[in-house]
Design a protein around this ligand. Structure first.
Ligand SMILES: NC(=O)c1ccc[n+]([C@@H]2O[C@H](COP(=O)([O-])OP(=O)(O)OC[C@H]3O[C@@H](n4cnc5c(N)ncnc54)[C@H](O)[C@@H]3O)[C@@H](O)[C@H]2O)c1
Length: 278
């Protein structure tokens, strides 16, 4: 539907089964792109514990699935908090595939949920370092490579409903996602003359690893089951259901394509219209 033949894309935080990054990578491949999946790869302390992250083994499984289906994909470890990691991934991508056309800043930490009075500096930094600083590094170095190539490009930042609305016990997350909209708009202004578009895509709830963790927390604090929580949530969504990975990956494929060449600096809700109720 959106012809991405010949395009090369990097997706961060794409090493987890059922995650948005996996879905975005597979959809871009289905449109003809060659993809580089990246993720943190190994646990790093209690805030990046195994149950919250995409491991290298899991990312390699996803790449194997893509290849088995005839797609072209590579897995590279990249901690988006590290500017040099991000630079190395872009350099290796260009070495492997000759170019970079699409960069999706998808990696995110949304599982640290605490009332603000209990939120430590370490919690705050863990979220902001991935969700904001990581997006800055990805945007900066992807744009640098795209400018060098001289044929434009696409940068897509995965934000959230939390980029527009407040949610309790998610102060750092909400702050980071609001900030990414500002970064997106600034990058769109600075890079527009190079033919690079920069847009944000804001999902509502999707039951990924991160989404499931948020559900458990919300259900517990409200004293209801996860099933009840999801049913209550669906009732506030005009289109009658929570989000699916495919809803988000379809938007990314569109924004990555030539069809979206005149769209930049925008923050899209892909949420079944839920924000009208919030
Ligand atoms: N699932 C939802 O309901 C939902 C809603 C709105 C926005 N989002 C956003 O979607 C994006 C993807 O989340 P998801 O729901 O697919 O969850 P997920 O847990 O499957 O994906 C998040 C990924 O980010 C990676 N990551 C964390 N720290 C990293 C680091 N330092 N360097 C590199 N990678 C790192 C994790 O390893 C993980 O693979 C996130 O930005 C999240 O905030 C999700």
């Amino acid at each position: 539907m959106y012809d991405l033949k010949g395009k090369v894309a990097i997706i961060t935080g794409a090493g987890r089964h059922h995650g948005l990054g996996e879905g975005i990578a597979k959809r871009l491949v289905a449109e003809g792109a060659r993809v580089v999946l990246t993720d943190i790869g190994t646990p790093k302390g209690e805030r990046f514990a195994k149950e919250h992250i995409g491991t290298s083994a899991e990312m390699n499984e996803i790449v194997a699935e893509i290849r088995a289906a005839g797609g072209v994909a590579v897995a590279l470890t990249c901690d988006v908090r590290s500017e040099s990691d991000v630079q190395v991934v872009i350099d290796r991508t260009v070495k492997e595939f000759g170019r970079l056309d699409v960069f999706v800043n998808n990696a995110g930490v949304g599982y640290i949920m605490k009332p603000m009075l209990e939120l430590s500096q370490e919690d705050w930094d863990a979220v902001l370092e991935v969700n904001l600083r990581g997006v800055f590094f990805g945007t900066k170095h992807a744009a640098r490579q795209m400018i060098h190539q001289g044929s434009g490009g696409r940068i897509i930042n995965i934000t959230s409903q939390a980029a527009r609305h407040a949610f309790p016990d998610l102060a750092a997350y909400v702050s980071s996602k609001h900030a990414v909209v500002g970064l997106t708009r600034t990058a769109a202004l600075e890079f527009g003359r190079h033919g690079i578009t920069v847009n944000a895509v804001g999902p509502n709830h999707v039951t990924t690893g991160l989404g499931a963790r948020q559900n458990e927390y919300r259900a517990k604090t409200q004293g209801i089951s996860v099933e009840q929580l999801l049913a209550n949530r669906a009732a506030t969504i005009p289109l009658g259901r929570v989000g699916k990975v495919s809803d988000i990956s379809a938007m990314c494929a569109f924004l990555a394509s030539d069809q979206a060449q005149y769209i930049t600096g925008q923050a899209f809700d892909v949420s079944g219209g839920q924000e009208m109720h919030n």
